[in-house]
Design a protein around this ligand. Structure first.
Ligand code: UD1
Ligand code: M6R
Length: 697
């Protein structure tokens, strides 16, 4: 949801074309996050001048617009700062005027790109309008840009540093966001800050960095006193009209960027919401924490804090580590596939192995999750386990709930994060709360996590993205190691989350001798899984024929099953509605008689999941109920099942242990949804109205 990209080069001659290409590529790498317009702001020909390119629709359109413009693309810069953004409309429709970067005024003294939402933007807009400032967009972001100019213009005497100025702006803003500011008053400087929305900075130098961390520069108490609100009368002697009061700022040197000989060294910085945009330039990155303000100027990066280190509060880290990214560019490229979703579905035989790698010892039938080792006993002693997640991640928790209860004998509840928060669910110190998220940045899940942290529960993350907010804010957890997932429709993350949760349950139960046989059976099942997934993928042609045949022109599709397969139906239906825009519903077969049966007639397409487990007879009875009402369901069943009535349309899958069967059954449904979308010409990787990472509530 929205993507930020910033590029700063210092003592490195770059022509304008190169700068634009770097910006547009940075946006293209983040397209998967979901957006509806894109824009860039770059240095102009004269000092203090800026040029903007903005386009509604795809990044490719923006690229074309830049290529067709008559700006001098050969102009070179020794040092420059430029910013770019993909916008997912929240305040005001997708349009060139609402597209970022947004300006503080027609002369663009300050320009801003922004992810997230400023919740007090309406109040700020009113105050600023009263003071004569003109708005041209409907966005909340413009209020931040104009507020910056207002604060700057109001300061008499010595003007603040760029960091001090942004700090004052941030003190006035409510909500959760990530920002990058650029200004003609501060040439070749950029300030970026986050509160609740991810941001990272890539660093590229020819020489090795001296140290692999950057000191955090904490403000003194004076600078931290929250200035009077912008809503206060303009005659107020203090507050925003007062000169900057920042004598207490500690300015320790940013050691990482000093060259051995004390001379400034050529350096490039890349600011982004996602590592995928940085990886092609450098693997050295630094993740910003909430309330960090990063200032890049003169080839140095300084990290400041919005608030001072509060007395009595938890101690704050004194530095931010420059980490080395482990992902490869190839992992975020489509390769031989037509779409990321297709690539990710096909990656599952390997991604499930990566989830288990180093954690499952098949010879000894043992599981070792390094991230949970120290917490196992606390979890075992917990009064209950509460899973909290959204969308597909929620389905992975539904899929594994039964095996969790069976193996741990701890009561388990599964919560949709938004509803969990709406209900203000009671949470206690002896609860164990598990937050499942591919991105680790889903706003509802993060808020639910913070709610549980405040109440003293043990918070466990099951997350794909290392360094994400959920991964960092949980007490402990498991990275699912599925590799970057770019397609908006989550596929390989589902199977890896499923396995990660299953491994947690297996490890928690390792002290129960009575369950040894069951555990061994499951671990053997896991061993065979990658090969079985490959076999299902081999049947893709048949799934494509279903999508272009019997299901081609349908308006609705019901998926039914029970027990472990209820999650398969929910997840299959989500995939189908999400990318093929066909109405689809996952139904618990046990509920048929309580309502959904009324939908059934010869015209209602149905898929029934009838793989062989202890509930097989009950699903047979559901099958009988719907066929008695003339439905002709497609049956997902096991390869060797001879009990399936002749003449039925079937999708055959290999058999495995009951609690693993959902991992195989979901794959035909992922592929079916993919082919339905392709057949209808829909944008598989970027379905309408959806974003990969849902960073607003
Ligand atoms: C870790 C290393 C892995 C290395 C392995 C070798 C990382 C990210 N992983 O994997 O590269 O090969 O040791 O032994 O460096 N965590 C949370 N919340 C979450 C997810 C994880 O707090 O949502 C914590 C865990 O508790 C743990 C750390 O992050 O402290 C790493 O977790 P994970 O990658 O799952 O650990 P390992 O599998 O041991
Ligand atoms: O990143 P998360 O796993 O927290 O995301 C949760 C949902 O937004 C996500 O699973 C969504 O439902 C997918 N687009 C479904 O394919």
């Amino acid at each position: 949801m929205c993507g930020i990209f910033g590029y700063c080069s210092f003592l490195q001659e770059k022509d304008r074309k190169t700068v634009c290409d770097i910006l547009v590529n940075g946006l293209a790498r983040q397209e998967y996050r979901g957006y509806d317009s894109a824009g860039i702001g770059i240095d102009g020909d004269k000092p203090g001048e800026m040029y903007f390119f903005k386009e509604v629709g795809k990044v490719a359109g923006l690229r074309k617009k830049i290529a067709e413009s008559d700006v001098d693309t050969s102009k070179t810069f020794i040092s420059q700062v430029s910013i770019a953004h993909t916008r997912w409309a929240t305040h005001g429709p997708p349009s060139v005027v609402n597209c970022h970067p947004l300006k503080s005024d027609p002369d663009a003294h300050f320009i801003v790109v922004h992810n997230g939402i400023v919740t007090n933007a309406v109040a700020l807009r009113l105050v600023l309008q009263k003071r004569g400032y003109k708005f041209e967009s409907e966005t909340d972001t413009e209020a931040a840009a104009i507020l910056t100019k207002y604060i700057y213009d109001s300061q008499t005497g010595k003007k603040p540093t760029f960091t001090e100025l942004v700090k004052q702006v941030l003190h006035e803003l409510e909500g959760s966001f990530a920002f990058v500011f650029k200004s003609s008053h501060y040439p070749n400087e950029v300030v970026t800050a986050r509160r609740g929305s991810p941001l990272l900075i890539g660093v590229k130098t020819e020489k090795k960095l001296k140290v692999d961390f950057v000191d955090v520069e904490f403000a003194g108490p004076e600078s931290d006193a929250k200035s009077n609100s912008a809503l206060a009368p303009p005659t107020s002697p203090s507050g925003l009209l007062a000169p900057p009061s920042n004598p207490g700022m500690l300015r320790s040197q940013s050691r990482a960027f000093m060259s051995e000989d004390g001379l400034p060294q050529p350096i490039e910085f890349f600011i982004a919401s996602d590592a995928a945009a940085i990886i092609e330039h450098t693997k050295r990155v630094l993740y910003l924490e909430d309330d960090d303000i990063a200032h890049i100027s003169g080839g140095e990066l300084h990290i400041h804090r919005l608030r001072r280190n509060e007395e009595g509060g938890a101690p704050q880290a004194q530095h931010r580590t420059i980490e080395t990214l482990e992902i490869e560019l190839a992992e975020i490229m489509k390769g031989k596939f037509d779409h990321f979703m297709q690539k990710e579905i096909y990656e599952q035989p390997e991604s499930v192995v990566n989830t288990m790698r180093g954690r499952v010892n098949f010879d000894q039938a043992r599981i070792t999750l390094g991230g949970l080792r120290a917490y196992l006993n606390i979890i075992r002693r917990g009064r209950r386990i509460v899973f909290c997640a959204c969308g597909t991640s929620y389905h992975s928790a539904i899929a594994t709930r039964a095996i969790f209860e069976e193996l741990t004998e701890i009561p388990v509840s599964v919560e949709l994060a938004s509803d969990f928060l709406d209900r203000k669910t009671p949470i206690f110190r002896d609860d164990v709360c598990v937050f499942v998220s591919q991105s680790g940045e889903t706003a509802d899940t993060i808020l639910a996590l913070r709610y549980c942290l405040e109440r003293g529960a043990l918070c466990v993350g099951v997350v794909n993205t290392v360094g994400s907010t959920i991964s960092r804010e949980t007490h402990c957890g498991v990275h699912i190691n599925a590799g970057p997932e770019i397609g908006v429709a989550s596929t390989k993350a589902y199977t890896s989350q499923y396995i990660a949760l299953l491994m947690v349950a297996l490890q928690l139960s390792e002290d129960r001798i009575s369950l040894t046989e069951r555990r061994n059976q499951i671990i053997q099942g896991l061993h065979a899984l990658p090969g079985q997934i490959k076999r299902v993928l081999d049947g893709d042609k048949g799934f494509q024929e279903l999508a272009t045949g019997v299901l081609a022109n349908q308006r609705s599709l019901l998926l039914m099953g029970r027990g472990y397969q209820y999650a398969t139906c929910l997840e299959g239906a989500l995939k189908i509605k999400e990318i093929s825009y066909m109405h689809s519903e996952g139904i618990l077969a046990g509920e048929l008689k309580h309502g959904p049966l009324a939908l059934i007639d010869e015209n209602m397409p149905v898929i029934i999941v009838m793989t062989q487990d202890s509930l097989y007879p009950k699903v047979q009875s559901a099958y009988a109920q719907i066929t008695a009402r003339k439905a002709a369901p497609i049956i997902i069943c096991n390869e060797e099942d001879e009990g399936i009535p002749k003449g039925c349309q079937t999708i055959r899958v290999p058999s495995t242990v009951d609690c693993l069967q959902g991992l195989l059954n979901i794959i035909p449904l992922q592929l079916l949804s993919y082919h339905l979308a392709v057949k209808n010409g829909f944008d598989v990787d970027f379905p309408r109205n959806l974003a990969k990472s849902v960073t607003t509530e």
